[in-house]
Design a protein around this ligand. Structure first.
Ligand code: PLP
Length: 423
């Protein structure tokens, strides 16, 4: 009997009692290899002594100070560190408690920026069909995950949606990668023109798609094209790196690999690496300066923003990544993981695609490799794979869903950066 409203109200999950390195143990004595970092969260594995020590130190010094009264050294240091390592133009950071909060904050920051510029008619966000941006109402509205949205649809703002960059299913048989990319960019530009560029606030996208398809990287030049279109029409580009950011793909931000600088970036998961709930919104100096010179206040805020213990954990995570050269490690182990997955599954009759970047890899399951026909949604294949993996002592992150009437089953692998090849 549990009094918690668990994800499933029919089943109480195993009780985790300890976690160290890549292993999690439950109360029945079972051990699981954490091959997904939870949901791409635990980038340093479990029980990392440096992060735990940094949290202890901060709890002893100052566990909490409300941001209406104070800032803290540790939150300032974290913000400076994030700005320092961010893509060009990023000049300030807003610290929140997770990914959905980061997206809500990003949407409001972008809206307020235009209000302060004297353009209050701008109220449209454009997003992609294959996307997940979180479960709060604003985040759910921009996200494209139909089954998550359906019961709440009447509560959500209207968001014009375009196709995501999903080469495995989206590119036509006789279409080159360049033609496919150009068609996607045309679709985006048409959506902006249809909404009226003067009404659009921003285009929101995950540089590498996470939870609605599994580690789907963009085609070459796609995000360069997105940036050009956004600039041409004077709208912002928000990169949601809640899942793919913080080193997961081998660079601190996945968008760096596209040679593009967004106006706003959201991060979470790997920021606190599971040690504390923390997310962040990174914004250009131009956005923040406009509000500073205008009303002077960002009309937003939560009780736990800038939490000092969460900031201490995130700062320690950043320092460990730098000190232990973990981005290089992600690149090296990512290449090894990718090789192993191709070797193991390239000829598997039910694995249609093996893809990803760095230590962010996924398998897409199909009933028929040749036709790419998926399994029937009722089979809930992804859920069955998770269950079977757990029985065998392995955590993989399953995802299944219907986008544009097309069902897909995927399994995401996002092992901790500290995992060795033999792990
Ligand atoms: N954005 C992306 C890309 C995500 O993958 C997620 C969570 O999976 C979120 C936002 C929401 O983050 P959270 O679950 O921390 O609210």
């Amino acid at each position: 009997m549990s009094y918690i409203i668990h994800r499933s109200l029919r089943q109480t999950p195993p009780v985790a009692v300890s976690a160290h390195g890549i292993l999690v143990r439950d109360s029945q004595g079972n051990t699981y290899i954490d091959a997904s970092g939870g949901a791409a969260v635990s980038s340093l594995g479990h029980g990392h002594p440096d992060v735990i020590e940094a949290m202890h130190r901060q709890i002893d010094r100052c566990a909490y100070a409300h941001t209406a009264f104070f800032t803290t050294e540790v939150a300032e240091q974290l913000a400076a560190k994030l700005v320092d390592g961010a893509p060009d133009g990023i000049g300030a950071v807003y610290l929140v408690s997770g990914g959905s909060e980061a997206i809500e904050t990003a949407l409001k920051l972008a809206r307020q920026y235009f209000v302060e510029r004297g353009e209050p008619q701008r109220a449209v966000f454009i997003a992609r069909r294959q996307s997940y941006h979180g479960n709060t109402l604003g985040a759910l509205a921009v996200g494209g995950n139909e089954w998550r949205r359906k019961p709440f649809a009447p509560l959500l703002m209207d968001v014009p949606r375009v196709s995501a960059c999903y080469e495995y299913r989206g590119r036509g048989e006789h279409q080159s990668v360049e033609q496919y990319t150009a068609a996607l960019l045309d679709e985006l530009e048409s959506a902006i023109v249809r909404a009226g560029p003067q009404n659009v606030i921003a285009f929101v996208a995950e540089p590498v798609v996470g939870a609605t398809g599994g580690a789907i990287p963009p085609t070459p030049g796609y995000f360069k094209g997105v940036r050009e279109i956004c600039d041409r029409h004077g709208i912002l580009f928000i990169a949601d790196e809640v899942m793919c950011g913080m080193g997961r793909t081998g660079t601190m931000y996945a968008i760096e690999q596209e040679g593009v600088a967004p106006d706003i970036i959201t991060v979470a998961k790997g920021l606190g690496a599971g040690y504390q709930p923390i997310g962040a919104v990174l914004a250009t100096g131009e956005i923040v300066e406009r509000i500073r010179r205008g009303s002077g206040n960002f009309l937003h805020g939560h009780t736990y923003i800038g939490h000092p213990v969460a900031a201490a954990a995130a700062l320690a995570v950043q320092q460990v990544i730098e000190r232990d050269a973990l981005l290089e490690q992600v690149q090296k182990q990512g290449a090894a993981l990718s090789r192993m997955l191709y070797n193991a599954f390239d000829n598997h009759p039910h694995v249609g695609d093996v893809r990803g970047r760095g230590l962010f890899m996924a398998l897409e399951m199909v009933q028929d490799r040749a036709t790419k026909a998926p399994f029937a949604p009722q089979r809930k294949l992804h859920a069955a794979i998770k269950e079977q993996a757990m029985k065998r002592g392995l955590m993989v992150y399953p995802m299944g869903g219907t986008i544009d009437g097309q069902h897909g089953d995927h399994v995401l692998l996002a092992p901790p950066f500290i995992a060795s090849a033999s792990d």
